[in-house]
Write a protein that binds this ligand. Structure first.
Ligand code: RAM
Length: 324
């Protein structure tokens, strides 16, 4: 299933005299941190796409999702002369200089999952609209607590671009449409399992009236579910947010969690790689209206602010969790 603009010439890209053989499809994935099953899955999709494209895949990343922990990995990728660098940003600004140095050296920079400021990357691949991700979580928690009472948010790290955008929109949505729900605290588990577990315990202790916790991070929701599942709060304090079906299955089955949401991280990694490759090949520049084909996922069009949208989030519950 080729697209119309490749084909007979053999090269496909414009510019210097070199043909397709000069395409640098060494693609490096740099997640927020290593050891997170969500990023293991997005990297799996990324590797599948790199293999299809005949390139070389690498994954590197820090142990902790702190604001500038990714800088040294970006610098190394630049020195190595990779073709594409794919990043889920721990901070919208702290890694910008390093990314722009990479771009000056010819590396195509694509953010996915968690963006930087728009002037430090060529493209952002967004898993779903921030409004949509915020709305689905507000709908889930308000439904589960009967649309009244105190809730808390257990987020990832305090500087995470994606969670901060979602939380802002969740606040707006709560204020506009859920006057009887009070958001009492946004706590940060740093996308670390133990920190998230401890922060869950602290929230429950600090707010005895707490009705629900929303955790917009797969690490946070899994740790919070583990805490709740063996506590007196199980089934009394509601927990929802964004989780992977594999991590959440047992907590849906034991009644700790009713329903939560996510997109397909594997597809996100796959799409991001095809976008990076299209930039490397010169098929797109990242301008609004640019079109490229992402293998089995089909054709995508670049939207405003050099952003590509994967699709809509999906809800998981006891009825469907075994299908994933
Ligand atoms: C965690 C990370 C990631 C986020 C998901 C929902 O794995 O914080 O950035 O998109 O949760």
């Amino acid at each position: 299933a080729g697209c119309a603009d490749t084909g007979s010439s053999g090269g496909g890209s414009t510019g210097d005299a070199g043909s397709g053989s000069s395409e640098n499809l060494a693609i490096t994935f740099l997640p927020k941190n290593l050891g997170n099953p969500y990023f293991d899955t997005s990297s799996k999709g990324g590797k599948a796409a790199v293999d299809e494209l005949g390139g070389t895949f690498a994954e590197v990343g820090p142990a902790e999702a702190t604001p500038d922990a990714q800088v040294s990995y970006i610098n190394t990728a630049t020195q190595q002369g990779v073709g594409g660098l794919v990043v889920s940003a721990d901070d919208p600004k702290a890694i910008c200089d390093a990314l722009n140095e990479a771009r000056d050296a010819g590396v195509k920079v694509v953010t996915f999952d968690s963006d930087t400021n728009a002037d430090c990357r060529d493209l952002f691949i967004n898993q779903a609209t921030a409004e949509g991700i915020a709305k689905i979580q507000v709908d889930l928690i308000t439904e589960q607590i009967g649309d009244a009472g105190q809730i808390a948010v257990l987020s990832a790290s305090a500087n995470a671009t994606n969670q901060n955008a979602w939380i802002d929109m969740m606040k707006t949505e709560l204020e506009a449409n859920h006057p009887d729900v009070e958001l009492v605290e946004v706590a940060y588990g740093d996308d670390d399992d133990q920190t998230s577990f401890d922060k869950t315990a602290a929230l429950l202790q600090t707010y005895p009236e707490l009705k629900g916790i929303v955790s917009p991070t797969t690490v946070g929701i899994a740790a919070a579910a583990r805490y709740l599942s063996t506590s007196d709060y199980k089934g009394k304090v509601m927990l929802t947010g964004l989780g992977t079906p594999n991590q959440m299955r047992e907590y849906v089955k034991d009644g700790t969690v009713k329903e939560f949401a996510l997109w397909n991280p594997e597809d996100l990694g796959y799409l991001t790689t095809f976008a990076a490759a299209a930039l490397v090949k010169g098929e797109i520049t990242g301008a609004e209206g640019d079109k490229f084909t992402a293998g089995k996922l089909g054709e995508y069009t670049v939207g405003a602010d050099s952003t590509v949208l994967l699709g809509d989030p999906f809800k998981f519950n006891a009825e469907n969790i075994d299908n994933f």
